[in-house]
Write a protein that binds this ligand. Structure first.
Ligand code: SF4
Length: 330
């Protein structure tokens, strides 16, 4: 069976930065370090950090005064930030700079007296954080249908921003519907979907026509991973989102001669390698990687951690070498 790996896949710069922040905070301040919510949406990443002394909390009032407290890559609302400061916590912000940019964009539109429309999925951590950053009127829409029901203070003063991990196509149609309803609406040049989301979605679009089945390694609560599965499925290929190799169902492989594999932005590459190893225990594999964008973007760490910590950490990037020789070992 042929396996075709998407390129790029897996960890993005925002996720790498968030994990590195936690690792360096552990090294610098010692455990326990507190992280509000999952640092990134992946249970394996969370469990590995928990084993090193991280305590994950739902709310900042669970952290003792002075505790080192890290905000996740998804960002937090102003009220969470204020509550943490009022409690005297030592805050380290791991919000992805691309999410922080959306916060700033939204705040600028609010200051201009505009109603802000956030295109995103209700209940997602990033959406909760962004909604809670805006002081003026803000409306959440998740579909073209939602646009029809929007009621704004002044149709001539509306702006839109978007969650960073949406489907490029779905978002485009929602923006078109907004522009049709509010011709004076302003927004970013295209949308706020981040480079990593766009690159992974385009890679799946290239992959899907070449394979009989797509496996997306990622967590069920990972927005960008869910979009990758949907995109493959919309391209006419059966696709499954799997947390790890244990979720692989051999029945999916019946009549399948080529499998495409990709991973969401919060899924570590070793989980992809474990899926390949599991496939190789079922059948002989030929593995190839599609040509694709080589991502080199790195975000700076917060100043207090930049010079500190354990030094360069092992990379988990999607372009790490694949040990093909191991795959067919029974
Ligand atoms: S998916 Fe995009 S916005 Fe989210 S952490 Fe990664 S780079 Fe940042």
């Amino acid at each position: 069976m042929q396996v075709i790996l998407a390129q790029p896949r897996g960890f993005c710069a925002g996720v790498e930065r968030a994990i590195e922040i936690v690792e360096r905070a552990l090294a610098l301040y010692g455990p326990p370090v507190y992280v509000r919510h999952e640092i990134v949406h992946n249970g394996h990443v969370v469990e590995r950090l928990r084993a090193k002394g991280v305590r994950f909390v739902d709310e900042v009032d669970e952290v003792p005064p002075g505790g080192v407290t890290i905000f996740s890559a998804h960002g937090v609302s102003t009220s969470v930030d204020e509550a943490a400061r009022a409690r005297g916590l030592h805050i380290i912000d791991a919000t992805c700079p691309l999410v922080a940019r959306v916060h700033l964009e939204g705040a600028r539109y609010s200051r201009q007296g505009r109603d802000v429309v956030l295109i995103g999925h209700a209940g997602h951590a990033e959406v909760e954080g962004t909604l809670g950053r805006l002081k003026g009127p803000v409306h959440l829409v998740g579909s073209v249908e939602d646009v029809a029901g929007l009621e704004v203070s002044d149709p001539g003063r509306v702006a839109y921003i978007t969650q960073t991990t949406l489907s490029i196509d779905d978002t485009r149609s929602i923006i078109e519907a907004l522009k049709a309803r509010f011709p004076a609406i302003v927004g970013p040049d295209t949308n706020d979907i981040c480079y990593a989301t766009q690159n992974r979605q385009r890679a799946v679009l290239s992959l899907a026509p070449l394979v009989d089945l797509v496996l997306v390694v990622g967590a069920a609560n990972s927005s960008n991973s869910n979009r990758l599965r949907e995109i493959a499925q919309d391209a006419g290929v059966p696709a499954h989102l799997i947390d790890d190799a244990s979720a692989l169902d051999p029945a999916w492989l019946e009549g399948v001669s080529s499998v495409g594999v990709t991973a969401g932005a919060s899924a570590p590459e070793d989980l992809v390698q474990e899926v390949l190893a599991a496939l190789s225990r079922l059948t002989m594999l030929r593995v190839m990687t599609l040509p694709g964008i080589e991502e080199t973007l790195r975000f700076r760490l917060p100043a207090e951690l930049e010079a500190a910590g354990p030094g360069p950490l092992p990379r988990h990037r999607s372009d790490m070498p694949i040990r093909h020789e191991d795959l067919n070992r029974k």
